[in-house]
Design a binder for this molecule. Structure first.
Ligand code: BES
Ligand code: ZN
Ligand code: ZN
Length: 479
């Protein structure tokens, strides 16, 4: 549990410190010795652990460097706090105390500290017989006036928990989180946090003319599920639409992926995971906003019934699509989901988030999402939210001339372009049904997955987008 107290009496003392303010209350002599020996200077990402022996007890001191007070320190704070928690857990104690300098005694910092503490304990280890769960039961934040920030701590903890939910959905195997169980997860989260969920089965999806989505699902033994979530917290206000890619396993279909590239494709529903988890956070916090979210969930599998290269599909929008590559399946599900949310739900603005192209990961690496948009203002709002949460974004061009790369003589659109500008052509493919509605397309092929555990990231699915979407939506109230 995270507690706010005026005092701490345990044996693990943690000090997050700025390099221009290396002062603490009780053990300044220890800190001064470390400074003198050049072991700790408060530099960014510098963590130092030392211990003393006192009355038959080991007493630990963990110093976290945050860099200068003038820098944007939130990301350093999040990862420093998480690393310190992991260190503390390795010391096998049951509680830790964080001594917060005055610069961190504000709502924003406390929210982020709570998120980092919550995320520090997560790893996808439930199938391991000998798991190493944390020994820490209580995380005590120490400061004289912290009680006023209880709500911020609760919000930060909730965002940590929702990010963990999204990670868990992304890490679970494709036969554990399949279209049906993904839909059930949304239903149970809707019940516990207060948003409405409708699930549409294959027959209803057929009635909705979502033929591109249906084509992708054809090869699987799992039926497709259309998951529609609604949270209306602001009668008469604008409606924000969220669409998440929900491919519960992407084998590539008949255009089969090589074995190694398939190894993480249970995470191809990470966009959906983050959308569902963000809905959980938005509804739990009872934000005064209206959000409708849609996930077209299915499994891209191989069988005699699979859709094929050379098929021509008629999407819900009426646009026809020539299939060159069944591994470019995400855009087929999303083009129908976007058309559905725009025409049936009449959202005022829409964001889609998807593990869409390997090209995005090649271009920007594993920490930054690629974004395509038709609206600069909306992009700016996303940048502001991203700065807050540390979920980095980078805009790619949305110029019409890229459309040439997905032209085909056989239909209105080709589902895959050639070698060039793969992230942009995928974005433009989706944009072709969006029109003038302000739209953000977030390609998270890179940041949805982390190779190793570091800071507040665990190995595997990252839950990227959960906090970002929450913040983007929440900031619309403050504007
Ligand atoms: N799900 C993949 C994209 C992906 C790749 C996500 C790596 C996460 C990590 C997507 O469905 C896909 O296979 N895209 C193809 C598109 C191509 C065939 C035009 C790709 O990126 O190779
Ligand atoms: Zn694919
Ligand atoms: Zn995919």
């Amino acid at each position: 549990m995270i507690k706010l107290q005026k005092k701490y009496e345990g044996t693990i003392n943690i000090y997050p410190l700025f390099k221009d303010d290396l002062k603490i209350n009780d053990f300044q002599n220890i800190l001064d010795t470390l400074i003198k020996k050049d072991l700790f200077k408060g530099e960014k990402n510098n963590i130092h652990h030392t211990s003393t022996y006192d009355n038959n007890n080991l007493v630990h001191y963990i110093f976290i460097g945050l860099g200068s007070t003038n820098d944007n320190y939130m990301e350093t704070l999040r990862s420093g706090i998480s690393n310190a928690c992991k260190k503390a857990s390795s010391l096998k104690e049951t509680n830790v105390g964080f001594y917060l300098p005055s610069q961190l005694q504000n709502g924003d910092a406390l929210e982020n500290i709570a998120t980092a503490i919550t995320l520090s304990t997560y790893s996808f280890n439930k199938y391991q017989s000998k798991k190493k769960d944390t020994t820490i039961e209580d995380y005590i934040l120490v400061g004289s006036t912290l009680d006023t920030f209880k709500e911020n701590v609760d919000e930060g903890e909730l965002l940590g928990k929702m990010t963990i939910l999204s990670r868990e959905l992304g890490n679970e195997a494709g036969d554990v989180i399949n279209p049906e169980t993904l839909a059930m997860s949304a239903v149970s989260l809707g019940e516990s946090s207060g948003f409405k969920v409708d699930i549409y089965d294959k027959k209803k999806i057929e009635k909705l003319n979502m033929n591109a989505f249906l084509a992708v699902s054809k090869g699987s033994s799992y039926e497709p599920q259309l998951i529609v979530m609604e949270y209306m917290g602001n009668q008469g206000g604008e409606i924000i639409g969220l669409v998440g890619k929900g491919i519960t396993f992407d084998s590539g279909g008949l255009s089969l992926k090589p074995g190694n590239s398939m190894l993480t494709m249970q995470g191809d529903m990470s966009g959906a995971g983050s959308v569902i988890a963000a809905m959980g956070a938005i509804a739990s916090m009872k934000l005064e906003v209206n959000v409708i979210a849609v996930v077209a969930a299915c499994d891209n599998s191989v069988s005699a019934k699979s859709y094929r290269p050379n098929d021509i599909l008629t999407s819900r929008s009426g646009k026809t699509i020539f299939v060159t590559n069944t591994d470019a399946e995400g855009r087929l599900t999303l083009i129908d989901a976007l058309d559905y949310i725009l025409t049936e739900k009449m959202v005022d603005r829409v964001v889609d988030i998807a593990t869409l192209t390997g090209a995005a990961e090649v271009a920007l690496g594993q920490k930054i999402a690629a974004v395509i948009t038709n609206n600069d203002e909306f992009m700016n709002e996303l940048k502001i939210a991203a700065k807050d949460t540390g979920e980095r974004v980078w805009e790619l061009p949305h110029d019409e001339d890229f459309m040439k790369l997905i032209e085909t003589p056989y239909a209105d659109l080709n589902n895959a372009g050639g070698r060039f500008a793969g992230t942009i052509t995928a974005g433009l493919f989706l944009g072709s049904v969006v029109g003038d509605t302000p739209w953000l397309h977030i390609d998270i092929a890179g940041p949805s997955w982390n190779e190793d555990s570091d800071g507040y990231f665990s190995k595997g699915a990252t839950g990227y987008g959960t906090r970002l979407l929450y913040r983007l939506v929440k900031n619309t109230i403050l504007i």
